[in-house]
Write a protein that binds this ligand. Structure first.
Ligand code: SF4
Length: 205
């Protein structure tokens, strides 16, 4: 189906796979991931640049998307790309109707759609989150590439609800450089936790 046919009931699907959540508050939980194509946020360190061009991913009908998780799946993580470039309403409602928990990974750069059981907001410097996301976020995940990102993380945390779970996540290519600095920061700021891409350490997608 050509990309022009994409809408809330037919989305560009880059990949879908079962793995263990490697990041954030739900680290270690077996999860089914759906990676939706399309992103114009433009992070230079992005590790899924092949997701950016939505036209490279097959537009997949809603019924097919909803059939992908199996009976053993409990949690579906919708990620990208930036999935909120698309209306997530029918997909999230259909998955929840199947009894699945539906989690989101988003930059917050696009308006809220969908019904979510867990929202991980990961703001990016290249395209700021819309203000509506801060109150909805259950988890704030800031990727730390350089020293300034620590102060920048605090700016976003100040906008979130008090109970938001906070993670300073090592950017993979800079992990050796930034890890000692982040740990030193965590010692002074215990409201934050170290975020790892633990799936990469165990060789999972
Ligand atoms: S928002 Fe995510 S998918 Fe988009 S460029 Fe940034 S890291 Fe990559």
């Amino acid at each position: 189906m050509p990309l022009a046919a994409a809408n809330s009931r037919a989305l560009p699907l880059m990949e879908a796979f079962r793995t263990v959540q490697g990041e954030g508050a739900h680290t270690g939980r077996p999860s089914f991931f759906m990676r939706i194509g399309g992103c114009d946020v433009g992070c230079h360190w992005c590790d899924v640049k092949e997701s950016w061009d939505a036209s490279k991913h097959p537009v997949t009908p809603l019924d097919e998307l909803l059939s992908l998780p199996s009976a053993i799946d409990r949690t579906v993580v919708i990620t990208g790309g930036e999935p909120l470039m698309w209306d997530m309403g029918p997909l999230t409602e259909g998955l929840r109707a199947r009894g699945l928990k539906v989690h989101l990974e988003t930059s917050g750069a696009y308006p809220v759609t969908g019904t979510w059981d867990w929202i991980c907001l990961s703001p990016k410097k290249t395209k700021a989150p819309l203000p509506e996301w801060y109150a909805l976020a259950n988890e704030l995940k800031v990727i730390v590439y350089n020293d300034h990102d620590l102060a920048w993380a605090e700016e976003h945390a100040a906008c979130c609800a008090p109970g938001v779970e906070r993670f300073l996540q090592l950017e993979w290519s800079r992990r050796a450089i930034q890890l000692p600095k982040i740990i030193a920061y965590l010692e002074q700021h215990p409201e934050w936790r170290l975020g790892l891409q633990s799936h990469k350490y165990i060789g999972m997608p």
